[in-house]
Design a binder for this molecule. Sequence first.
Ligand SMILES: C[S@@+](CC[C@H](N)C(=O)[O-])C[C@H]1O[C@@H](n2cnc3c(N)ncnc32)[C@H](O)[C@@H]1O
Length: 244
Amino acid sequence: MTEIPQTSADYYKKATSFWNYPEVPYGSALRGMVLPTDVVADIGCGIGIVSRYLAAISQRVIAIDKNENAVKVLSEDLDRMGPNNIEVVHARWPEVHTEDWDVAVAFYHHRFGSTSAEIETLLRKTRRSGIVVNQGIRPREGFYEDLGREFGLTEQPESCIGSCYVRGRLEQAGFTVTCTEIFHDFGQPVDSQAEAVAYAMKQLRLEEDQRQRLSEIVLNYVEYVGEQMVLPIKRYNCMLQFYQ
Ligand SMILES: C[S@@+](CC[C@H](N)C(=O)[O-])C[C@H]1O[C@@H](n2cnc3c(N)ncnc32)[C@H](O)[C@@H]1O
């Protein structure tokens, strides 16, 4: 039997590999925007899954994240297996003091672009264009919502206001912006009931005394994608593409 991942980074690597993220669903948008000669900023890079993709299609990537642990995981992975064209920067956007870039990418970086300082920094440091992806307007579907209800956790309000607001700010700053709704099926692949329980405990931040109940019901909430058991996470996201 395969081992249960120990860290959030390990779970995320398993999911991104299973779903071929970010090729699915953002590969064509990224390849359509990034040139082989470009310097690209990956703002809110996390453990650098998107940064690696960008490194393969650009000259160089500046991977920026405020989370010390994420930056450490990425740096260690890069030391072990490259590539060597990613510069890792531990910083809290928009307080970044790097060189400028041709293209900016910010995927699932909550509330990216909602302050004046962010928009001004983006305008100043971005030579050509960028892509921002965030949650869209349609209801979220998946185990967070279904199991969350089961355990009495409150749902976040559904809203696209964030992305529409950022679009408005970008346009006000003089960028040309397009907005596309993108469906992203990104459930967590799990190889056993024990792994499903371990993942859901972590993500829903359940208490130890809720583990037994979760074990009893978790298999009611899984889906199969081919042979693979998955805890479903389905999102309609808003992809903003902006151009100077
Ligand atoms: C959900 S993760 C997405 C990671 C990556 N973009 C991806 O798509 O795989 C969001 C990341 O944005 C980072 N983040 C959020 N606000 C930030 C800020 N102000 N400056 C830098 N990083 C930030 C978080 O630390 C987290 O690693």
